[in-house]
Design a protein around this ligand. Structure first.
Ligand code: EPZ
Length: 432
């Protein structure tokens, strides 16, 4: 088992470069299966969700070649199976994009139920509603989702709830459908726009991504031999912005899209930090005093992203005064506050609301990452705390951040990843 050992107290200073967006990449890879051809995808984050998805895609018959640390080619001319096994799909959330892509390409698919961060109930009723509206027959049972259709026909689909996954899955299923599909009340996150841009680069006709209505005119076929670069990761960039403020540091964050970070920048200015946008792809964040309190409500884009809520919680844990976070997207996204309280924070979480009484400082302790973004938050907390923190359950963090400890070390953090001897192994040795 591995853990991160962090000795805190050093403000983060320097430059950090952001990778491609996880939540765009894990949809673009399945989208590449829609094409009877070869695609090259650049600026792909080298994270475990991407590697796992590549493993599944190869088992379906596609050929993947890593032509660089962050670049692959996918040859999807020879799809030999449309069955993705539960033992792989249950390891992450985005496996469900294989349904939309394979339904659109082959008209028949069986995918094991998705897994992903434990944030409360994560239903897929809106995905199924979209597939059935397009004419598919969908069955859920024995741990699998099975969808079949003779022909997908475009139609109007109203999303009962704003859903990133359902919006993308309906887009994937409808680009080769007959006629036009209108998605009302879609999600508008940067990764939705990026997937639409990727599809259009392949010759699809997707309009309005990022707005309140997405219109997809079905096309006969998609063109291969294209190269596409994944959009910079809004959430990784926001993670480092919040780390700069929590550690009272000074960071220049490169290869980001400042437009996607407007909500975070606004909040940081509100609590007394400094934010400077240097042209469209670099942001400078620094904080030389204790931030003031804030009230946060997570909302779909362009509101405050739920995926930056735990990281913001670390900032508020040592801010001046009492702050409140209202988590409107997920039922259970405050598990990290129990871990922060082990480090001296004073947080009371009840349902979808948490109250943060700002303390002067945190102190190091052994803590466990409960999900991907909680893990990132605990790393930031360890960097800010006095003393030494050990962060366990790194598999959560490695799903969504490439080389996270190297990146933090390059901007001054005293952090290292160590293999922890298996305590049982030692016991066995001693008893022999
Ligand atoms: C995506 O999850 C992201 N994951 C999540 O990021 C992110 O928290 C979430 O969007 C919201 O931005 C990926 O993109 C792989 P949703 P997704 O469908 O698509 C309800 C991270 O840390 N809902 O937008 O699963 C749902 O319960 C991860 O990178 C339904 O009711 O989220 C939730 O309350 C964690 N029925 C809300 O909608 C459905 O059919 C938003 O969920 C689908 C969703």
């Amino acid at each position: 088992m591995e853990k991160l050992v962090i000795t805190g107290g050093t403000p983060l200073k320097g430059e950090v470069t952001i990778n491609g967006a996880k939540n765009a990449a894990v949809a673009i890879l399945p989208a590449a299966l829609l094409i009877n051809g070869i695609t090259t995808i650049e600026n792909l984050p080298n994270i475990s969700d991407v590697k796992l998805l590549c493993e599944i895609i190869e088992e379906l018959g596609a050929k993947i070649t890593w032509v660089g640390k962050n670049t692959i080619t996918i040859d999807a001319r020879n799809i030999t199976s449309t069955r993705a096994p539960l033992e792989l799909t249950r390891k992450f959330r985005a496996s469900y994009y294989l349904i939309g892509a394979l339904l659109g390409r082959c008209g028949d698919v069986q995918v094991g139920m998705p897994g992903g961060c434990k944030l409360g109930a994560r239903p897929i009723d809106q995905h199924i509603k979209g597939f059935e509206a397009l004419g598919a027959h969908v069955e859920v049972g024995q741990g699998n989702i099975t969808a079949t259709c003779k022909e997908l026909v475009g139609t109007n689909i109203y999303m009962d709830i704003v859903s990133v996954g359902a919006t993308i899955n309906v887009m994937l299923a409808s680009v080769l459908a007959k006629g036009t599909t209108i998605i009302d009340n879609p999600a508008k996150e940067p990764h939705i726009v990026d997937v639409a841009n990727f599809l259009n680069t392949m010759g699809a006709d997707v309009r309005g991504a990022g707005t309140d209505v997405i219109k997809i005119n079905g096309v006969e076929k998609l063109e291969g031999n294209i190269t596409y670069s994944v959009v910079p990761d809004q959430i990784e960039a926001g993670t480092f912005m919040l780390a700069a403020v929590a550690s009272r540091g000074d960071l220049v964050i490169k290869n980001c899209t400042t437009k996607h970070l407007e909500c975070i920048s606004a909040k940081l200015l509100e609590i007394g930090a400094h934010v400077e946008e240097l042209d469209g792809d670099t942001i400078h964040v620094w904080c030389d005093k204790r931030p003031s309190k804030a009230n946060i409500k997570t909302l779909p884009y362009p509101g405050f992203p739920t995926d930056l809520q735990p990281q913001m919680g670390v900032v508020l844990a040592t801010a001046e005064g009492t702050s409140i976070i209202n988590e409107s997207i997920w039922e259970s996204r405050f598990q990290y506050t129990d871990e922060l309280n082990k480090m001296g924070a004073k947080i009371t979480a009840q349902g979808k609301t948490a109250i943060f009484e700002g303390v002067d400082s945190l102190y190091g302790a052994p803590v466990c990452a409960t999900d991907l973004r909680a893990g990132a938050a605990l790393i930031i907390a360890g960097i800010c705390a006095e003393g030494t923190t050990e962060v366990y359950n790194l598999e959560h963090i490695d799903r969504g951040y490439e080389n996270i400890e190297e990146k933090f070390r390059s901007i001054g953090a005293n952090i290292k990843r160590v293999k922890e001897e298996d305590p049982n192994k030692n016991l066995v040795e001693m008893s022999e």
